[in-house]
Design a protein around this ligand. Structure first.
Ligand code: TRP
Ligand code: SF4
Length: 429
């Protein structure tokens, strides 16, 4: 059996995503990133769309943004921590960071009252985000309270129709209009970092779980749809196509380039030494002068989900299945001690056959969250599959580590509460 401590066996469960939906494998990015995150190295982050441009921006020290959002619908658990860490990682790599508290979605889809959205947003999500290291230069906002989001979602809604949303989300005739509005709000969240008020078009990465891919596909489509010009490399020349643009505009655009060119009714061909990137940048600037957006389709990363402590998925309706960032450390330790492992029924079998870390929620805990050192995780994996490790050892280790982590995190949350003033949160006075 091939030893793969990062559980790539399970990643194959996601292979449909690669083939059917065109998500690329993240592995190729690892070599190029100067300082890959723990979740990347361990293949928890397994897929991406368009992440190449984020790597380039990181390596060259060029502007980029990171954004993700949270529905304030209950307690933050370790899955939420994962997204927070991914945002913070990109912020540390130089990205301008945006965090949406998706109260419109929580209210319209989950029926959470506005008052609870506000309370949970600050109390659960924002405090933990800050406690985990989010810096005050980043932007945090409640969707419903951001004028910019409201305006942008309305504008994006001019370019999206019911049939298209149906195809992506499988809408029914009784789907609530506000649900659709919240879907557009998410596209607005994703594209907001590229607005002029935040410095204009830039590569943006959206770290999410694989379940959020429909939202990413929509936002990427909409980003393209809002463009006034499309730039394409052809054999020996670069072609710029205009959409609903009169020829006068193309004439003006032609003057921006110092090379041989040919103007047609709805497109302009450039024969010169300009690289595609250069042309792209000039065209975007021109588009913005005309009042357009010049959006770059956002990139995304996808992480797989940790298995629930009771086996199967983590579910907010089964408290034993997950660990919340605000729960008493003793309670978390108790859950770990009772968790489902990939161990065999008897010790003898365990020694003969070895355990199955791929089916072990305790292993997932250690791999995703609790053990910093890669070698240590590898060692645990090896001992497990070779029958040299007992599940009791892992549980004790995980219980100890989760206790320490939660104590520390909860102290940091109290500290964050005192420092909340240093953060400008749109929607919190
Ligand atoms: N829909 C996301 C969820 O269910 C929350 C969300 C809102 C979001 N806006 C976003 C995620 C923007 C990524 C980017 O958790
Ligand atoms: Fe899981 Fe550890 Fe048991 Fe292996 S020994 S199945 S990793 S708890």
């Amino acid at each position: 059996m091939k030893i793969d401590p990062w559980g790539s066996v399970r990643i194959e469960d996601y292979s449909k995503l690669f083939d059917e939906f065109g998500i690329a494998r993240f592995e190729g990015m690892l070599r190029k990133l100067p300082d890959a995150h723990r979740l990347m190295r361990r293949k928890v982050i397994f897929g991406h769309r368009g992440y190449e441009m984020i790597v380039d921006a990181i390596v060259r020290g060029e502007p980029f943004a990171v954004m993700s959002g949270f529905m304030p619908s209950g307690k933050v658990h370790l899955g939420g921590k994962m997204v927070m860490e991914e945002i913070i990682y990109h912020q540390q790599m130089g990205g301008d960071a945006f965090v949406a508290i998706a109260d419109m979605e929580a209210h319209s889809v989950r029926g959470i009252s506005w008052r609870d959205c506000e309370r949970l947003g600050v109390e659960e999500y924002i405090l933990s985000l800050i406690a985990l290291g989010f810096k005050p230069e980043g932007h945090i906002y409640f969707q419903s309270k951001s004028r910019t989001i409201q305006d942008l979602l309305f504008e994006l809604g001019c370019g999206v129709n019911f049939t298209e949303l149906s195809a992506i989300y499988g809408l029914k005739s009784d789907t609530k209009i506000s649900h659709l509005t919240s879907v557009l709000a998410q596209s607005a969240d994703i594209l907001q970092p590229q607005l002029e008020e935040f410095g204009g078009p830039k590569p943006t990465v959206i770290p999410v779980g694989a379940d959020q891919d429909p939202h990413i596909r929509l936002a990427r489509d909409v980003a393209n749809r809002m463009r006034m010009f499309f730039v394409e490399a052809r054999e020996g020349y670069i072609s710029i196509r205009g959409k609903d643009i009169d020829k006068k505009m193309l004439e003006k655009l032609e003057q921006m380039f110092d090379c041989k060119s040919k103007l047609y009714e709805a497109h302009l061909d450039l024969y010169g030494d300009y690289t595609l990137d250069e042309v792209d940048r000039i065209v975007r600037e021109f588009e913005i002068k005309l009042g357009g957006y010049g959006f770059i389709p956002p990139a995304s990363t996808y992480h797989r989900f940790m298995s629930g402590l009771t086996g199967g998925k983590m579910s907010s309706s089964i408290p034993e299945s997950f660990i919340a960032l605000t729960e008493p450390p003793e309670s978390a330790a108790r859950k770990v001690m009772r968790a489902k492992t990939g161990g065999r029924v008897t010790l003898k079998e365990q020694q003969e056959l070895g355990g199955i870390p791929e089916d072990c929620s305790v292993y997932d805990l250690l791999l995703f969250h609790l053990v910093e050192d890669d070698h240590e995780v590898e060692e645990i994996y090896r001992e497990c599959v070779n029958g040299k490790r007992s599940c009791g050892t892992c549980k004790k280790l995980a219980a100890e580590l989760i206790t320490g982590f939660l104590k520390d995190h909860q102290d940091r949350r109290e500290d964050a509460r005192l420092r909340l003033k240093e953060y400008e949160v749109v929607g919190v006075i």
